[in-house]
Structures are given as C-alpha cells and as structure tokens.
Design a protein around this ligand. Structure first.
Ligand SMILES: Cc1cc2nc3c(=O)[nH]c(=O)nc-3n(C[C@H](O)[C@H](O)[C@H](O)COP(=O)(O)OP(=O)(O)OC[C@H]3O[C@@H](n4cnc5c(N)ncnc54)[C@H](O)[C@@H]3O)c2cc1C
Length: 533
C-alpha cells in the first residue's frame, strides 16, 4: 500500500463458485435486498435498454464486475451521465474490502478499511460532515513496547528508520537502474556501513523498520526497497461511524434503479472487444446467465486476477497481463479481542510492539541490551512479530483491542479456528500492555479474526503491495495505453497514488467511467463534491 498508512502516525476457473465467505464477523445481509433477476428475465431487460435507437443517441449499457467502492463509483458516474449500468457482485453485500460489522446498539466495527488516509488530499473527507459520520483523528501518541516492557531510550532507532527511508529514497533517485532489494537487506547494509551508530542502534533499527509491515501488509524481507513509501507526517481519520456509510452514499443512486445492482452474481467470464459487443457470463442462485453490454469495467481484486478467478476472451493484452504480474498482493490481518475490563492505557490510541533483535553469538552478547531472554530462537508467539494494537476503547468505547498483523503471520492466524489457541498466541502481548492495578488479565469476552486470506473474492489477501522486483508503474502505464478500450479496469491496484486505499480505489472507478464516457462520445460534467478534479 504505497502511499498510505493503515495504522496511524503515518491492486479461471469457469466453474468456481462464489464463496460468499464474509472475511470474518458476519455478512451484512440486510442492507441491500435486491436479489439477482434470473438470467431469462435479464435478457429482455438489457435488450430493451439497447434496442430501438441506433447510433450515438442509443443509451449505452455497461457491466461493472464487482460492487466494491471502485465499481460503485464507476457505475454511479456513468449513471449520472445517462449510461445504463449493471453492477454484478458475487457477495450478498456491497462494499467488498470495506466491510462494517454493526452491533445491536449500532456501534460500528470495520473488518476491512477503517481509516481515511492522506486526509489533506482525500476528497472523501468531505463526506464526513455532509453525512454526519462520527470520526476520530488518531493523532495521539503511541506507546512503544519491546519484550522487556515499555520502550526506553533505544527508540531513537525510530529516527534511524527515518534517516534510512530518506537514504533509500535518495539512493534510488540517484541510481534509478540500481537493482531492487528487500527492505530488510537494505537496512542491514545501511546500519553496517553507518559509522556513527551505536551497537544498540545497529541492533534495533532493523527491528523498528518492521513497523512498515503494518502499513503495507507484508514482511520487510519481501517488501521492495525501491518502491517503499515511508510516510510519517500524514493524518489518519478513523471511521468511528463506519466505512459502510461511504459505500451506501456511493451506491445510493444505483439502488434507486431496479436491476442496476445485482448481488450474488458471480461473474465467470468476460468476452470483450472494442466494437461494442461484449458479453459477461455469470452464475447466480438460478444457474448460469449472460448479459450483452457495450462495455465492461472489471474491479475484482488484484489477488483474484492473479488467481484467474475470472476468464477473459480473448486473453488480456500482453501489457496488462505483464502489469498485473509485476504488482504483488499482501495480507494485513486484524484480530479483535474483547475483555471484561480495560487493562491497558486508556490514554493512548495505539501500542506499537517491536520484536527483539536476533541473539548475537555468546561471546559478543556481553554488555549488549538485546533480548532479556536467553533463547537463541525467537518465541513462537506474538512477541516474535511487530504488531500495532489499536485501542478500541478510545475509538469506539468498547472494551476491546484490535491487533494488526502482517503476512506471513496473517495467513497463519486467519487459518486458526480454535479461538482459545488464538488467544494463547497473543496473550504475551497483552501481559505487556497491562497497567496498574491489573496484575492478571481480566476475563476474555470474545475473539474475532479476519478471514481475508481465506476469501477468494478478496483475492486471498487485502491489498496490493510492492514486493522485491515489482514494477508497479507497468500496470498503470498499460491501463493508460488502453484507455480507449471498452474493457476497463478499476480498483485499488490501478493507481500509484493512494494505491491500496479506499480513496485510491474510488478515484480509479471515476477514471474508468470517464474513459468510457470518452469512448461513448459523452461530455463529462465536471465532477461532483468528491471528484478528484
Ligand atoms: C483488512 C483491511 C484493512 C484495510 N485498511 C484500510 C484503511 O484503513 N484505509 C484505506 O483507505 N484502505 C484500507 N484497506 C484497503 C481498502 O479496503 C481497499 O483498497 C478498497 O476497499 C478496495 O476497493 P476495490 O473496489 O478496489 O475492491 P473491492 O472492495 O475488493 O471490490 C471488488 C468487489 O468484486 C467482487 N468480486 C470479486 N470477484 C468477483 C466475481 N468473479 N464476480 C463478481 N464480483 C466479484 C468482490 O466481492 C468485491 O465486492 C484495507 C483493506 C483491508 C482488507
């Protein structure tokens, strides 16, 4: 997630079934009740829309594959310009990787996106007041922890990470053709050559840089040094009132048109060409069906495209295929723990934990301030990983913590069904977060784990990430080359600016719609409150 930060201070199987796996914590079944029409009744509807008026005055019909924020925005912009749209969404809800779970009292809990990032440039912020959405800027100071407890002076290692990020940026600007390297490898090199660092600095800076794992969703041993965006200045706005409010606003005009939004429609195949005869085949509860349209916008996640969840006939242009391959997909996980009492600091928005440096050989260890444990192997529990724990007591008023983790740990934890085992794994972290007078941890009320990595409709992950060797601009360049095509793509992976983010995805939906308006010869109206230009 190049230009954003998910925590705080800082992109066929024809027979594949829709899984409707909810990515955790229950699907929202009630919000949109439009059930898919049967394939037999769809055909006359579409045929009606396309029939009769030849030439430019005939209304165009666009199929949007996927009802996440990018697909909904694309469809809404086209609809506003008089284009007929049909959004085909495989799940029983809209929003995709925006998924708000609501309690009986209305309290919102976001299982997917939870923050608006880059708030100074993010036009979606304008919807906060307009829609009266409760929000919280989590600018409060974080507390830092290591295996030994609350962190001390060694956390000037954070400043060394800032210096390292500056250095990487400068290095690749000066040497654009230098080979890409893993962030962790580059960091080891940096600290070993830096003459003015102490032993502590050299040991801890590579641990502290792991904090970026919680923004990008992948480990520093996989992350690209060349493309790492390291942001520490932006503000982040927590969507206390629930991100689904933004989805509902985006989908509002679509929901007014019967048949424009079809849930439980799993698209299997897109047959496309640039002459205007495009066909989308799908599966729903009634069986298989197809829709003939003038153009198609595909918004399924990058991870789903990688796994060929959807077939294209003819195959995609080579440049788009290459672009898709040269961008990776990552997995941020969230684990929610509810307790009977708040035993952690009520004053801090979040708690950052850094794992101990690897133990040096015995004869070098004397006098060092590495791990207090004598184990030469890291513990097989949460203390071996960098985590950020979100204080939901402050955010939502619930006696809950949300621990955010990155791959490969995300896959491991999300595959665990035994909640007791999950709690045991995380307990050492909670012991560190205890404040007086809590000598023992209070009763655990509940544990919930996200399931994005088990979800084919989310591409078995959460958002795009630049891993070593990736060339993220290739996909964006390829999409630009094909901007007059009747097959468009949108989604968080289709942008460099704000990629991986809700506002980035939203903007790509608008861009895909504008591209098709040009193809159709329809004048763009200049945009609305939240348009980028
Ligand atoms: C855990 C997590 C935390 C995040 N945190 C943040 C955050 O704090 N801030 C932020 O800005 N962003 C965050 N993001 C990223 C953000 O949620 C996404 O970038 C954005 O929602 C993606 O929107 P999209 O339209 O590109 O894709 P999606 O929302 O994934 O929409 C694609 C849709 O296509 C559907 N689909 C898939 N296959 C088919 C098919 N064959 N037929 C029909 N439909 C199909 C899917 O069900 C889905 O609804 C987070 C994401 C996750 C998962």
């Amino acid at each position: 997630m190049a230009n954003s930060y998910h925590v705080a201070s800082r992109i066929c199987a024809k027979s594949k079934q829709p899984s409707n796996l909810g990515s955790g914590l229950g699907e929202r079944r009630d919000a949109l009740s439009l059930e898919g029409l049967t394939s037999s009744s769809e055909r006359p509807l579409i045929a009606e829309a396309k029939a009769g008026i030849p030439g430019p005055e005939r209304r165009q019909m666009v199929a949007v594959v996927g009802g996440g924020i990018s697909g909904l925005r694309a469809a809404a912009v086209l609809q506003r310009h008089g284009v007929d749209v049909v959004v085909l969404e495989a799940r029983n809800r809209l929003g995709g990787r925006i998924h708000t779970s609501r309690r009986a009292d209305g309290t919102a809990l976001d299982i997917g996106a939870a923050w608006m990032h880059e708030t100074s440039q993010n036009n979606l912020v304008k919807l906060i007041r307009k829609l009266g959405i409760e929000y919280y800027y989590d600018d409060g100071l974080a507390l830092y922890y290591t295996e030994q407890g609350r962190a001390g002076a060694q956390f000037k290692a954070k400043k060394i990470c800032d210096e390292f990020a500056d250095y990487m940026d400068w290095f690749y600007t000066k040497n654009p053709d230098a080979p890409d390297r893993a962030v962790s490898e580059f960091m080891e090199d940096f600290v070993s050559k830096h003459e003015l660092l102490t032993e502590d600095d050299r040991a801890w800076a590579p641990q502290v840089i792991k904090e970026v794992e919680l923004w990008i969703g992948t480990s520093v041993s996989q992350a690209s040094a060349k493309h790492l965006s390291y942001f520490v200045t932006e503000r982040n706005l927590y969507m206390k009132g629930g991100y689904d409010r933004i989805v509902d606003w985006t989908a509002a005009t679509l929901n007014e048109v019967p048949g424009a939004v079809r849930l439980n429609h799993f698209v299997e195949r897109v047959m496309w060409n640039n002459e205007g005869q495009n066909t989308v085949t799908f599966k729903n509860e009634h069986g298989h069906g197809s829709i003939d349209v003038d153009a198609v916008i595909v918004t399924i996640p990058l991870g789903a495209l990688h796994r060929k969840l959807l077939a294209f006939e003819p195959p995609l242009p080579a440049s788009i295929q290459t672009g898709l391959q040269q961008l990776s997909y990552a997995a941020l996980g969230k684990v929610f723990f509810e307790f009977a009492e708040v035993f952690w600091s009520k004053d801090n928005d979040q708690f950052m934990y850094y794992p101990s440096p690897p133990q040096p050989p015995e004869d070098e260890a004397y006098g060092s301030s590495y791990s207090s444990s004598n184990a030469s192997t890291p513990p097989d529990n949460i203390l071996a990983y960098a985590t950020v724990t979100i204080n939901l007591w402050i955010m939502t008023g619930s006696k809950s913590l949300c621990v955010q983790i990155a791959e490969p740990l995300t896959q491991r934890i999300e595959a665990m069904d035994d909640k007791k085992a999950v709690y045991s794994f995380f307990k050492p972290l909670f012991n560190l977060l205890r404040t007086e007078p809590h000598r023992a941890l209070p009763k655990l009320i509940g544990v919930e784990t996200t399931k994005w990595t088990l979800d084919p409709l989310a591409g078995h992950g959460t958002y795009s990430a630049d891993k070593v060797g990736d060339e993220p601009e290739l996909l964006v360049d390829a999409l630009e080359q094909h901007k007059r095509s009747r097959l468009q793509f949108a989604g968080e992976h289709c942008t460099i600016t704000a990629n991986g983010c809700v506002h980035g995805a939203f903007a790509t939906g608008e861009t895909a719609a504008k591209n098709l308006l040009k193809v159709f010869g329809v004048q763009y109206d200049g945009g609305d409150l939240v348009s980028l230009d």
